[in-house]
Design a protein around this ligand. Sequence first.
Ligand SMILES: NC(=O)c1ccc[n+]([C@@H]2O[C@H](COP(=O)([O-])OP(=O)(O)OC[C@H]3O[C@@H](n4cnc5c(N)ncnc54)[C@H](OP(=O)(O)O)[C@@H]3O)[C@@H](O)[C@H]2O)c1
Length: 318
Amino acid sequence: MKAAIRRTYGSHDAITIQEIEDPIPKEDEVLVQVKSTTVNRTDCANLTGKPFIMKVMLGFPKPRKIILGTDFAGEVIETGKNVTSFKKGDRVFSFLDMGLESQSELVSIKENSLLNIPENIDFKQAAASLEGAHYAYSFIHYVAIQPGNEILINGATGAIGSALLQFVRLFDVDITVTSNSKNNGLMQSLGADKIIDFTKEDFTKTGNSFDFIFDTVGKSTFGACKPILKEKGVYISSELGPNAENIWFDLTTKIIQNKKVIFPIPFSLKKTMPYIIDLLSTGKFKPVIDREYSLDQISEAYKYVLSGQKTGNVVVNY
Ligand SMILES: NC(=O)c1ccc[n+]([C@@H]2O[C@H](COP(=O)([O-])OP(=O)(O)OC[C@H]3O[C@@H](n4cnc5c(N)ncnc54)[C@H](OP(=O)(O)O)[C@@H]3O)[C@@H](O)[C@H]2O)c1
């Protein structure tokens, strides 16, 4: 099979497409023909080994897994003899932040890590419904959103942000987003009430205040956002912040502040995916897809995603 291989941490130019042996499924594993994956920001962290904690988890000084890929959508082509939940022909998908070695034509995976793709969803949409939506789930499930709340999403054009906007839209709330001007139409179609162009205006200086500030691109700080949080307001960021301050603030603001920071430690896939699958099935969540690439072009896909300028998700088709 063909696979996207890297043997060291590095940038997009560390990736080569190589022909390697097909995986053989163990007794409790399912062999899947991959149809689509995404190149996402978690893949980029796995590729580069940054932040440093990634190297601690993935292997130091070299990564233990040489095949890239954290997600996939595909079709079951073989099952191990102890597999009971899946059969040949089933359409399945999965995600694992530490890597599934799924940027390859075939993946062998334990059946308890697999989920069925809803009938109305194609392979591209399925792949694009995993990483960003999985992280977006954490933002709204650590807090109790009430009708009438005013919510700001910083970076609603990203993979996490574009999923979160659609999740927050399901509540009866007022949503302000930051966006670049080329995505204003997209933001309105996904449910934004107000749009701030981050290239022209600083959202912390508009005079408005919010019950929740969800920074899904990790470009702000609690210090800058605190003055525009209402009493008992909550700040959540997808990044650790300068010197990992959001972890510290998560602990300290629980005790001494009426404005809180929550660091959204991701829930398990078993918890997040039933929610996401339900919204996909009922048409309430439609993943945003930006560019599409082939496996042979995957290094270019990484280059684009590493630029931090994708809109929603970048999909690789096999
Ligand atoms: N905590 C975790 O477990 C975890 C997991 C995954 C990802 N992350 C982090 O979460 C962040 C978001 O990931 P993602 O995949 O959703 O992002 P992404 O898709 O890469 O975000 C790109 C989008 O953000 C916009 N953007 C860039 N700078 C901005 C700013 N200052 N204000 C508002 N929007 C801005 C870009 O607009 P332009 O194109 O105009 O620049 C682009 O539309 C990344 O920093 C990633 O490292 C954290």
